[in-house]
Ligand binder design. Structure first.
Ligand SMILES: [Zn+2]
Length: 163
């Protein structure tokens, strides 16, 4: 495409503001599930981990496939139930581990609920959900997110052996 002739200048090299994960999430290095991901390096991984906050109302959390930092919706962080935020962080830490292993976090040829990145992350997360005492019906509800259709949700519930 031909470059349009515009009378404006746009600086396209914007910086992303990053904060230490541990400024906002304290004590995750003591969680057995998190320790199972990073082993003896857990405290160091979390100490070096960065978070970026965004204020869009859609999307909750994700992991950058450029440098492995976590992106978090300020709206979600503030308004979601505490156990949901907790489980989302556990889920994203699983993706951090996948990133560290060199895996491609965005497998666009798969639907979200079938992704070889997402399914193991959800398996890991629902084990933690059970451990903190969430009922199966609440876990099934937790898996309902805006970008997943009813049919995809049902498939994920089945894949995770929750029904
Ligand atoms: Zn995920």
């Amino acid at each position: 495409m031909k470059e349009p002739e515009l009378d404006v200048e746009i600086r396209r090299d914007a910086d992303v503001k990053l904060f230490p994960f541990t400024d906002y999430f304290v004590g995750f290095e003591k969680v057995a599930a998190v320790r199972s991901l990073f082993g003896a390096k857990t405290a160091k991984v979390l100490k070096d981990l960065k978070v970026e906050f965004f204020s869009l109302r859609f999307g909750y959390m994700s992991v950058s496939d450029e440098d492995g930092h976590i992106l978090i919706s300020t709206h979600h962080l503030k308004n979601a139930e505490l156990n949901v935020v907790y489980l989302d962080v556990v889920h994203e830490l699983f993706h951090v581990k996948q990133f560290m292993e060199g895996k491609n976090l965005f497998q666009n040829e798969f639907e979200y609920v079938d992704s070889p990145i997402e399914v193991p992350a959800y398996k890991f997360t629902i084990e933690e959900a059970k451990r903190i005492g969430m009922k199966t019906e609440d876990i099934i509800e937790y898996l309902k997110v805006e970008w997943v259709t009813e049919e995809q949700h049902a498939r994920l519930v089945k894949t995770l052996a929750l029904s």
